[in-house]
Design a protein around this ligand. Structure first.
Ligand SMILES: [Zn+2]
Ligand SMILES: [Zn+2]
Length: 320
């Protein structure tokens, strides 16, 4: 399925009004800034963004359903006895095949700290979401884990050594134990190359365990038609993980990333009872102030939705 606003490589968002040449030059400069680490905010990140390791470990000891933010779009979901890990990008593991942007701070938890993983889900192939050293380490440590990726990216699951690799097309459902995972649209694409050209799709994942419905949106712009339809046909959701960061420079990236206000709208469209803002505070991908995504997401949600942001490493018990 062709996504409505997935864009075409280095084109400008239609609404920006910028001439295409200026937009291309701006995007090239933006990617150079990311590579050079110009958007890093180490001092601000040191000021409480990351949970101290001992507290993070204590959170992992919580019994019952919970969600742990490991940074960016990496989230550990423990739902109905199943453990699901989204877009895992763990520390270390430098790889020319999977170059990572600079981090604002080191994460407090490592792979060895995590409970046994049943399912890994990948939203798309961008470097900040599909990290091959992390996938290899997970497959080696948890040989029973299976991985779900967008169709076309399955080779990364196979090469990492996962015993079971699923790559459904949009609309298809995979049954894994007590979990049912359905591939849904996202308003985003994969750009897994150094020129940042569009070369694949991006998905949202509908994750259902008896008694729980969650939606993982790893990276997406906002389109009310897309998320409104998901909310109408599949909502309400108990939990939605929605991207709130990397929205600047907005004239260049508005067709790829939602603003925090867009993310609040997505929560409403999904009819989410709880929404957690992800895709912020971890990698230096954007010139926005470090805490702007979280502050603006909470302000835009204005108490009408149960919008939350977590510290990196923090676990939230989901209750009943
Ligand atoms: Zn992306
Ligand atoms: Zn991303």
């Amino acid at each position: 399925m062709r996504l409505p606003h997935a864009g075409g490589g280095r084109s400008c968002p239609a609404a920006s009004g910028l001439p295409l040449g200026l937009c291309s030059a701006g995007l090239a400069l933006h990617h150079l800034n990311i590579a050079a680490g110009l958007y890093v905010h180490r001092a601000e990140a040191d000021d409480g963004l990351v949970l101290p390791r001992q507290q993070a470990l204590a959170g992992l000891g919580i019994r019952g359903d919970s969600v742990t933010w490991l940074g960016h779009s990496s989230v550990l979901l423990r739902l109905g006895g199943m453990t699901i890990l989204t877009d895992p990008v763990l520390a270390g593991g430098f790889s020319l095949e999977s170059p990572l942007p600079h981090r604002h701070a080191a994460p407090p938890l490592a792979l060895d700290d995590l409970p046994p993983i049943d399912i890994v889900v990948i939203s798309h192939g961008d470097y900040d979401h599909l990290h091959t050293p992390s996938l290899k380490a997970i497959a080696a440590r948890f040989p029973k884990a299976r991985i779900l990726l967008p169709d076309g990216l399955e080779k990364y699951g196979e090469e990492a050594g996962f015993a079971a690799v699923d790559h459904p097309v949009v609309g298809e459902t995979v049954v894994a134990g007590r979990a049912r995972l359905t591939a849904l649209a996202a308003v985003h694409g994969t750009r897994r190359n150094l020129l940042a050209k569009l070369d694949g799709e991006a998905y949202s994942w509908d994750i259902r365990i008896p008694g729980r419905a969650a939606l993982f949106v790893g990276d997406s712009a906002h389109d009310g038609a897309v998320f409104g339809e998901i909310g109408r046909t599949r909502g309400p959701y108990d939990l939605a993980l929605v991207p709130i960061g990397a929205f600047e420079p907005s004239p260049l990236v508005a067709d790829m990333h939602s603003t925090p206000e867009d993310a609040a709208l997505i929560l409403a469209e999904l009819r989410a009872k709880l929404g957690i803002g992800i895709h912020w505070g971890t990698f230096a991908l954007s010139p926005e102030p470090l805490r702007a995504p979280a502050d603006r997401f909470l302000a835009a949600s204005d108490g009408h939705r149960r919008a939350r942001v977590l510290r990196i490493g923090e676990t939230l018990a989901l209750g009943h």
